[in-house]
Design a binder for this molecule. Structure first.
Ligand code: SR1
Ligand code: MG
Length: 424
C-alpha cells in the first residue's frame, strides 16, 4: 500500500491483502500474510484499531476514519489527525524515551500507523481501575512522562525557531482542538444537541450547573487559556483510556489531539480521571469493598503531582536552555534564589489551572457526549447517578475555587468528604 492510492478504510477481510507487502509489518510479524490473524479492537470514539498477528509476532494497525466513529458520517473529521498522532509520538519518544509504543510505519495517505502491539497482560488503565487493580508504578511513570514532554516541548527547553516551526505544524490540528473546545468547555453548560446524562436522577443538578454563572465564567476562562496559551506540545487527550499498563510498565497512547497548549491541560485531565475513578468505585463494590482502592487512587493523585513537580524542577535546574527565564539573568549572576522564585511561580500557575481543567473534565464526562466507562459500567442507574452527582459537585468546587486551593491534600480531603455524603 502506498500513500498515493486514494484513502480506503481497512477491514478485517482486506487488511492482509492490502498490507501483505508492507516491509515493516512483514519484518515484525512474518511474511506469510495468508497466516495472519486480524481482529478489529477499536473501542475509542474515533478510529479503527486492528491487532494483526503472524508467525513471528504481532502489531497494531491504527487507521483514522474520515468521520467520528462514535457519531457516524454525519460528523466528518479529517484524516490528518493521524499525521499529528504520528508526529506527536515521535516527539514524545524523544522527550520521554520508552513511554510510548514503538512506531514501525506511517502512511499519511491511508491515515494509518503501524506500531508496537502492547499484548496482554497490558490493559487499558481505565479498565484496570474499574476492576479495582492497584498498579504500583503509574503515578511515577505518568508524572515523569508529563514533566518530560511538557517541559521539553516548551520554550524552557527548545530552540525558539524550532519550537515556532513545530507550533505552526501542529496549529493545523484545528478540528481536534475544536472537539475539545466545544465538548469539554462549552457543551456541558447548555442544552447541546449531543449531550446526555443519567436522567431523571441528575436533571435537577444539571439545571443548577447550567444556571451557575461563576462556573460558566470559569469554564470560559479555562477555554480561553486552552485556546490562547500555546505553551508546549500537549498529548491533548491524556485520560485513563489513553494509557496502557501492566504491573510494571506504563505506556501513553493515542496523542491525536496533540497541539501547542497550556501545560496544565494534560495534568488536569489526567488527575480528573483518577478523581472520577475514585468517585465511581462505590458503583463497583459488588465484589468486595473498595475502601483500599479509594485510598490508593487519592494516593496516586498525590504521588503523580509530587513526581511531576520534582522532575519539572530537576529539569528547570539542570537543562533549562530555552529563551525563557535565561540563566544569564539568574544562575550566571549567582542568583539561584531568583531562578527558584520563577520556578515556584510557573508551578503555581500550572497548579491553579490544572484544578480548573480537572473540574471541567469531570463535568464533560458526565454531562456531555463522551462519557467514560468508570461511570457507564455501573448498571444500577440510581447508584451511578449518586456517584456522578458527587463527582459533579467536586468538579464544580475545584474549578470555581481553584485560586483558593493550595495543596493536593486539600483537594483529596474534599473528595473524601463529598464521597462520604449519603445522598445527592
Ligand atoms: C467526538 S470525540 C469525543 C472524545 O473522544 C476522545 O477520546 C476525546 O476525549 C474526545 O473529547
Ligand atoms: Mg483517544
Amino acid at each position: 500500500m502506498t500513500g498515493k492510492l486514494p484513502f480506503e478504510a481497512l477491514s478485517v477481510e482486506t487488511l492482509a491483502t492490502r498490507l501483505g507487502t508492507n516491509e515493516a509489518l512483514c519484518a515484525k510479524i512474518g511474511k506469510d500474510a495468508s497466516a495472519w490473524k486480524v481482529r478489529e479492537v477499536g473501542d475509542g470514539n474515533l478510529n479503527l484499531v486492528f491487532i494483526v498477528e503472524g508467525a513471528s509476532g504481532g502489531a497494531i494497525v491504527k487507521q483514522a476514519l474520515p468521520y467520528v466513529r462514535l457519531v457516524g458520517d454525519s460528523w466528518p473529521l479529517p484524516l490528518k489527525r493521524s499525521f499529528f498522532e504520528y508526529h506527536a509520538l515521535t516527539r514524545q519518544e524523544r522527550r520521554a524515551p520508552g513511554s510510548v509504543p514503538a512506531i514501525y510505519h506511517f502512511d499519511e495517505g491511508q491515515a494509518l500507523i503501524i506500531m508496537e502491539y502492547l499484548a496482554p497482560p497490558h490493559i487499558i488503565l481505565r479498565r484496570a481501575l474499574i476492576e479495582g487493580r492497584q498498579l504500583p508504578n503509574i503515578a511515577r511513570d505518568i508524572g515523569l512522562f508529563m514533566a518530560r514532554t511538557l517541559f521539553r516541548g516548551s520554550d524552557l527547553s527548545m530552540v525558539a525557531r524550532e519550537r515556532k516551526n513545530d507550533l505552526a505544524l501542529f496549529a493545523d490540528n484545528v478540528e481536534l482542538c475544536d472537539i475539545t473546545e466545544n465538548l469539554v468547555f462549552s457543551d456541558p453548560y447548555f442544552d447541546a444537541k449531543l449531550n446526555r446524562h443519567t436522567s431523571p436522577q441528575l436533571d435537577g443538578l444539571v439545571a443548577e450547573l447550567r444556571a451557575d454563572r461563576d462556573l460558566k465564567v470559569e469554564a470560559q476562562r479555562l477555554k480561553h487559556i486552552f485556546a490562547a496559551n500555546a505553551e508546549t506540545l500537549l498529548h491533548g487527550d491524556l485520560h485513563s483510556g489513553s494509557i496502557m499498563v501492566t504491573d510494571t510498565e506504563t505506556r501513553m497512547i493515542d496523542p491525536e489531539f496533540a497541539f501547542y497548549g497550556p501545560m496544565a491541560f494534560d495534568v488536569g485531565m489526567l488527575l480528573a480521571n483518577f478523581w472520577m475513578s475514585f468517585f465511581s468505585q462505590r458503583g463497583h463494590e459488588q465484589n468486595g469493598k473498595r475502601d483500599a482502592m479509594r485510598a490508593y487512587l487519592l494516593g496516586v493523585t498525590t504521588e503523580t503531582w509530587a513526581v511531576f513537580r520534582a522532575e519539572f524542577s530537576l529539569m528547570w535546574r539542570t537543562e533549562r536552555d530555552g529563551m525563557l527565564y535565561q540563566k544569564s539573568l539568574f544562575e550566571d549572576q549567582g542568583d539561584r534564589l531568583g531562578s527558584e522564585q520563577a520556578l515556584d511561580n510557573v508551578l503555581h500557575q500550572i497548579w491553579e489551572d490544572l484544578l480548573g481543567f480537572a473540574g471541567i473534565e469531570v463535568h464533560r464526562r458526565i454531562l456531555g457526549l463522551a462519557h467514560n466507562a468508570d461511570f457507564e459500567a455501573i448498571a444500577n442507574e440510581d447508584v451511578r447517578a449518586t456517584c456522578e452527582a458527587k463527582a459533579l459537585k467536586f468538579g464544580r468546587h475545584i474549578a470555581v475555587n481553584r485560586r483558593q486551593i493550595h495543596s493536593i491534600d486539600e483537594v483529596n480531603n474534599l473528595a473524601a468528604l463529598i464521597e462520604q455524603e449519603s445522598s445527592i
